[in-house]
Ligand binder design. Structure first.
Ligand SMILES: Cc1cc2nc3c(=O)[nH]c(=O)nc-3n(C[C@H](O)[C@H](O)[C@H](O)COP(=O)(O)O)c2cc1C
Length: 181
């Protein structure tokens, strides 16, 4: 009886942690001010996914205006800065969730680098964006141009100013893309 109960508890715990189709999920994100990191960590917690931060070789200026000026120039030119982040075991994952702040209406350049350095063939890929009012803007369409081989799922869009209370919105999005029951 004891062992039946133990197996049952183990089964329930596993079911709670696993996503709905038992797919292995990697959450990758870049965050300058912390908002996208908060969302990435909440997704990790809800799915039991692995989490990797995209770190540029050269950090962006900590001063907001300087950062905006640099971002404006880089996004306009399609510049892809060098990044430290390499995911050696990409083949282990079925789904890649990629987080970016909305920078000048598109994905942040370090995320553009990550997308162009990796092959997502046969994988499901979804973007999650935090923004300051502009929503998704061109983030999804620009991502699609950089990772043609992937099967794209609906993007998650979260307001940067309310990431702390985004748990329910995140759960709703994860259900929509079939990663959560
Ligand atoms: C360089 C820069 C450019 C930005 N451009 C936009 C924009 O075009 N549209 C928008 O809605 N928010 C914009 N924002 C606001 C951020 O998208 C928002 O604060 C986001 O949640 C920041 O994420 P993070 O804290 O992970 O960096 C910009 C912020 C920065 C720093």
């Amino acid at each position: 009886m004891k062992s039946v109960l133990f197996t049952l508890v183990l089964f329930i715990m596993t079911a709670m942690c696993a996503n709905s189709q038992n797919q292995k999920v990697l959450v990758v994100y870049y965050s300058w001010g912390g908002n996208t990191r908060v969302v990435a960590e909440k997704i990790k917690a809800q799915l039991g996914a692995d989490l990797v931060e995209i770190v540029p070789e050269t950090a962006y200026p900590t001063d907001y205006s300087e950062c905006v000026a640099q971002a404006r120039k880089e996004t306009k030119e399609g510049f892809k800065p060098a990044i430290k982040t390499k995911v050696e075991n990409m083949n282990d994952y079925d789904v890649i969730l990629i987080g970016t702040p909305n920078w000048c209406s598109t994905i942040a350049p370090p995320v553009a680098t990550f997308l162009s350095e990796n092959n997502f063939e046969g994988k499901k890929v979804a973007l999650f964006v935090t923004h300051g009012g502009g929503g998704l803007s061109r983030c999804e369409s620009d991502m699609r141009k950089l990772s043609e081989n992937a099967k794209f799922l609906k993007s998650g869009v979260f307001s940067g100013s309310s990431v702390a209370s985004s748990d329910d919105d995140i759960a709703k999005w994860l259900k929509e893309i079939d990663l959560k029951k």
